[in-house]
Design a protein around this ligand. Structure first.
Ligand code: ADP
Ligand code: ZN
Length: 516
């Protein structure tokens, strides 16, 4: 299966979301499948991608016309031949769909269930080479549910007539509905089912602000000596230096990145799967195809690029179900680096905006104020209880009302034309008469020296947190000058307050008294 290139090039995602990969594989292989995924979990990809991997047409049955039209538009923009037959179509639209079908170009045909009632549609489906039926909102087949759609009862018959695999999706997980779906859509023959929630309860989750990153990773590894682990780094050079540092500290460690020869990489993969207690220090190139069940820990020496990437990378630990630890380091430079990476990429603006959103979700998780697992799973559509197995449940963070310092920081940015990075703004807030400050006349600003209550390190922590909350963003076309986002305006106008984590502010080496 060559799903990864399509995932990237057609859909614009770097990696699968939890659960998607297994479902995509089963559907692409032509198995009858039933997948229960929370809303927002990303189920459309689970039939759209297999549709591209299979010959012929995939028919998608969905009761939601607006959603069908959205998906068709999205697919067409990505260069995929898709069309919809719904009551909302104009005649021209319907004619164009027919034409594409007849010409054998169509890959995904969306249909409203009531279309199945027409004999013409049934004949057409029998003729055009359907290779897969995907059913969205499959619980609509349940006569006892409040979303019952009588036309859904025709789907089972269609499957029998066409003799093709069927993939059913729903967010409704109760056992009766499931049984009814199996009965009505699959004639009672159990399909391959995917029901696992996204939680990996044996993984302990933790983030830490980068303070002395190398020492932090060495300490984390030292506490787990002799266990197999992975350290993910943002650059190839760092994988080499950090694995050397781990070896110096007496660990068995090696590095891995995409710049190495194929046989060198295979060698590392082989050692990792056979040896006990090897640490692999790697870029994200290490992972796909690693199937070692007893990885006891995963650490990130640098912030991953998105919340999906984070989930996938920590998810390599503890596949055997036994407890495993994770630690993710992050700092202001990571945030700047990841933003820049997105901005400087070649993707269209819409995709860049989505990538910023996925990075924001990760930053929100990094600076979360309570249970980290709840924040993580919340992003994937689940709403679990507080977990008791994350660093924030272990030790709730102290928070403080940071409205005043944040307003000071924002107004320093604004009064200097949103033209400078955090370093210069901090000099202004602290009243440091640097040459740049004097040259620009910034010592005459009303914000000059108003921030002496905080140390430089503490201001850096404040700036990192407001970047993490996406109140300010570095502008790549101005060397990372900080620009305010819409989210900052209510705070600046005095209409909203903001709470920040005090621990990470305090931790910044306080050369002056900590915030009160
Ligand atoms: P639902 O399960 O509710 O149908 P969708 O298929 O609409 O969810 O997906 C929800 C969101 O998740 C969409 O914005 C989609 O772009 C995003 N998404 C889906 N798969 C991925 C992925 N692998 N990586 C990142 N984002 C994804
Ligand atoms: Zn928790």
């Amino acid at each position: 299966m060559h799903a990864e290139p399509l995932l990237r090039d057609v859909f614009g995602f770097d990696c699968f979301r939890p659960g998607q990969e297994e479902i995509v594989r089963a559907v692409a292989e032509g198995k009858n499948t039933l997948a229960i995924m929370p809303t927002g979990g990303g189920k459309s990809l689970c039939f759209q991608l297999p549709a591209l991997l299979r010959e012929g047409v995939t028919v998608v049955i969905s009761p939601l016309i607006a959603l069908m039209r959205d998906q068709v538009r999205g697919l067409r923009e990505a260069g995929v031949e898709a069309g919809a037959l719904t009551s909302g179509n104009t005649e021209e639209e319907t004619a164009a769909v027919w034409e594409a079908l007849e010409a054998g170009r169509m890959k995904l045909l969306y249909m409203a269930p009531e279309r199945l009632a027409s004999a013409g549609a049934q004949r057409m489906l029998a003729r055009i080479g359907v290779s897969l039926i995907a059913v969205d909102e499959a619980h609509c087949v349940s006569q006892w549910g409040h979303d019952f759609r009588p036309d859904y009862l025709r789907i089972g018959e269609l499957r029998r007539q066409l003799g093709v695999p069927l993939a059913a999706f729903t967010a409704t997980a109760d056992a009766e509905t499931r049984a009814e779906i199996v009965e009505k859509l699959f004639d009672g023959v159990a399909p391959e089912s995917f029901l696992r929630g996204f939680d990996r309860p044996n993984l302990h989750l933790a983030f830490a602000v980068k303070d002395q990153p190398r020492r932090q990773i060495l300490a984390f590894a030292a506490a787990r000596k002799g266990q197999s682990g992975i350290v993910y780094c943002g650059t190839r050079a760092k994988t080499e230096s950090l694995s050397a540092a781990l070896r110096d500290a007496g660990h068995s460690a090696c590095h891995y990145h995409g710049g190495m020869e194929a046989d060198e990489r295979r060698d590392v993969e082989r050692r990792f799967s056979q040896e006990d207690g090897l640490i692999v220090v790697a870029t994200v190139a290490f992972g796909m195809g690693i199937d070692k069940p007893d990885i006891r820990w995963v650490a990130h020496a640098d912030l991953p690029k998105s919340i999906e990437a984070y989930y996938q990378e920590i998810g390599r630990a503890g596949r055997d179900g036994a407890p495993a630890e994770t630690l993710t380091l992050f700092g202001q430079d990571d945030i700047r680096f990841r933003r820049q990476q997105i901005d400087e990429g070649l993707a269209p603006d819409e995709r860049k905006a989505a990538d910023h959103g996925r990075l924001n979700a990760l930053l929100g998780l990094a600076e979360a104020l309570d249970c980290r697992r709840r924040a993580l799973l919340g992003y994937f559509g689940e709403s679990p209880e507080t977990c008791g197995r994350c660093d924030l449940c272990d030790k709730p963070p102290e928070v403080f009302d940071a409205t005043t310092p944040v307003r000071m920081a924002l107004s320093a940015a604004l009064r200097t034309g949103e033209y400078f990075g955090a370093g210069h703004l901090i000099d202004i807030l602290l009243g440091n008469e640097t040459e740049k400050v004097r040259q620009r006349g910034h010592d005459g600003l009303p914000t000059f020296g108003v921030g002496k209550e905080l140390s430089k390190g503490q201001w850096q922590a404040v700036f990192r947190q407001i970047m993490g909350r996406d109140l300010v963003r570095p502008d790549p076309s101005r060397h990372g000058a900080l620009r305010m986002t819409e989210k900052a305006r209510p705070i600046l106008r005095g209409e909203a307050e903001i709470t920040l984590r005090r621990d990470t502010v305090k931790l910044a080496k306080a050369d002056r008294p900590v915030v009160k």
